[in-house]
Write a protein that binds this ligand. Structure first.
Ligand code: G16
Length: 546
């Protein structure tokens, strides 16, 4: 059994740059790849301690998701495939920032605080995205795991949600699914084919979907999945990484923020259904170009609405007493929130940005649909809900309509990745729903009309000086910033704006919504100027973009 004395020696191969301080952010650590070797090694150590503590398999994913290719990062995955518990995020930060001579004492204090028994076995599974830096960084994780005598399985190139799925499979004795990439494809494709069994093979143009793979892992994995779909769906994968750069001028974040087509799909046909993944395939957004050449985005809010309509109709048919709710963040378009609460009469809850917060809130309901506007989300079914649905699906004494609705819900449970937002699983769920309901993308889009909005980024010297409350919707520091934002918002009809420090990039994010696009753009620009002035903006003053 290794002791912490040896760990301090081995870490000599993964030294921490003196004085470097990094924070565990919205979804783990993110920084320039060259700053992360020691962090990866130490997250390998932490994963072993977490595994011993929980007596479960823990996941480590090397990825910086939507960030530029030069960045990298790490996401830790807890026993049921959820994000690392918040108390352990603090340990992760302490460990990442401990100077070499303090590493042993930080490890010892985690051990003592958590009463970790070092004699327990530890198992870690890891995966990585396609960034050039990911292979070496994954090796640093393995070195950390090995330094504490943990066992590991390296899944190599996988999407983040696939790794979350593996963790859940391992810890449920494969009740959730088989812990292989093939097992993942089989589980999802079988559920998809079962859901769409009754729908006819649509003409080719309706079966075809353009996918922008962001030049990342999602493109590779979709190509592996396609043979399992028995041509029920035809995927035209663009930006598959052969020529382009990861997330550069493409991918879900680019499309959502810029509200325009990604490179590689600039010439899609009118009304052609298209979607974009992000760099590690945990987000998806849809879009199309209408007859007048106008770009239409169907983001996480539209996805949440479509899925909720589908689930609510089925729940009514089953006549089961199950409560459904939608979880959003401050970035949710005001029209979506109004539609879901006022027209659909489904309760909506707003939480802090970060899927870990949405996931946690969604667990409070029988059926919790959670989506961030950026396209990151999924559906959680409580154990009680799942049991009731599966029982009804098998109960031949019930009305056929009830049984069929329960069977459809059962397949939806199997299709949706309940561990985390998953672009592949979401894509199949959306495609199944569109096919079952016979909806075109335009019909889906017309459920409600988005309020025009704009997102901007401002670079400041220290983004942590911006402190927010109320799910990130109001600023309490620096003084005067919120009052300025309030005064600007008052100038425009149906408007709203907020700012918050990003937890994945070194920027402050600005969001503005208004009755017209021009007002949303102007409001976002005015707010960005206030942030620049009051929060220590660096570089050039933000300019109004049209
Ligand atoms: C991560 C989180 C998301 C969050 C996004 C942006 O996404 O998983 O929940 O919305 O970062 O966060 P922030 O605004 O704090 O930068 P991803 O896809 O990059 O892992």
């Amino acid at each position: 059994m290794a002791c912490f004395h040896e760990v301090a020696l081995v870490s000599g191969r993964h030294p921490k740059p003196v004085g470097l301080v990094l924070q565990y952010g919205t979804a783990g650590f993110r920084a320039r790849a060259e700053q992360l070797d020691h962090v990866m090694y130490r997250m390998g150590l932490l994963a072993v301690l977490r595994s011993k503590k929980t007596k479960s398999t823990i996941g480590v994913m090397v990825t910086a998701s939507h960030n530029p290719e030069e960045d990298n990062g790490v996401k830790l995955v807890d026993p049921l495939g959820e994000m690392l518990a918040p108390a352990w995020e603090a340990y992760a930060t302490q460990l990442a920032n401990a100077e070499e001579q303090d590493l042993k004492s930080v490890l010892t204090s985690i051990l003592d605080n958590e009463s970790v028994n070092l004699q327990k076995v530890a198992r870690v599974v890891l995966g990585r995205d396609t960034r050039p830096s990911s292979l070496n960084l994954a090796q640093a994780v393995i070195d950390g795991v090995s330094a504490l005598d943990g066992t590991y399985q390296d899944y190599g190139l996988v999407s983040t949600p696939q790794l979350h799925y593996m963790v859940c499979c391992w810890n449920t004795m494969e009740h959730y699914g088989t812990a292989t990439v093939e097992g993942y494809y089989q589980k999802l494709s079988q559920a998809f084919l079962a859901m769409t069994k009754q729908t006819p093979y649509h003409p080719e143009e309706l079966r075809q979907l353009n996918v922008d793979g962001a030049n990342g892992i999602g493109a590779l994995k979709l190509q592996e999945l396609e043979p399992y779909l028995e041509k029920k769906l035809q995927l035209k994968v663009h930006n598959n990484g052969v020529n382009g750069k990861l997330n550069y001028l493409c991918g879900a974040d680019f499309v959502k923020v810029q509200q325009k087509l990604p490179h590689g799909l600039l010439h899609i046909k009118t009304n052609e259904r298209s979607c974009s993944f992000d760099g590690d395939a945990d987000r998806i957004v849809y879009y199309y170009i209408d007859e007048s050449g106008c770009f239409h985005l169907l983001d996480g809010d539209k996805i949440a609405t479509l899925i909720t309509i589908f689930l609510q109709e089925l729940l009514v048919k089953t006549d089961l007493d199950l409560q459904i709710a939608v979880i959003q963040t401050a970035y949710a378009n005001g029209s979506s929130t109004r539609y879901i609460t006022e027209v659909m009469k489904v309760p909506v809850h707003c939480v802090n940005t970060g899927v870990k917060y949405l996931h946690h809130k969604a667990q409070e309901f029988d059926v919790g649909v959670y989506f961030e506007a950026n396209g990151h989300g999924t559906v959680l079914f409580s154990k009680t809900a799942e049991n009731k649905i599966r029982q009804l699906a098998q109960d031949n004494n019930q009305l056929v309509e009830r049984i069929n609705a329960a069977k459809m819900l059962e397949n939806t449970i199997d299709l949706i990745n309940q561990t985390v937002g998953d672009a592949i699983s979401d894509l199949l769920t959306i495609e199944a729903i569109l096919s079952i309901k016979g909806f075109t993308i335009q019909q889906w889009d017309s459920i409600y009309t988005d309020l025009p909005n704009r997102q901007l980024k401002v670079k400041v010297s220290d983004r942590q000086i911006i402190v927010t409350v109320d799910a990130g919707k109001r600023v309490v520091s620096p003084a005067g910033l919120q009052q300025n934002i309030d005064a600007l918002v008052k100038k425009y009809n149906l408007s709203r704006a907020f700012v918050r420090p990003s937890g994945t990039e070194d920027v402050v994010r600005i969001y503005a919504e208004a009755e017209t696009q021009s007002n949303a753009d102007t409001l976002a620009h005015e707010v960005s100027l206030v942030v620049y002035k009051l929060a220590g903006g660096v570089g050039e003053e933000p300019k109004l973009l049209h």
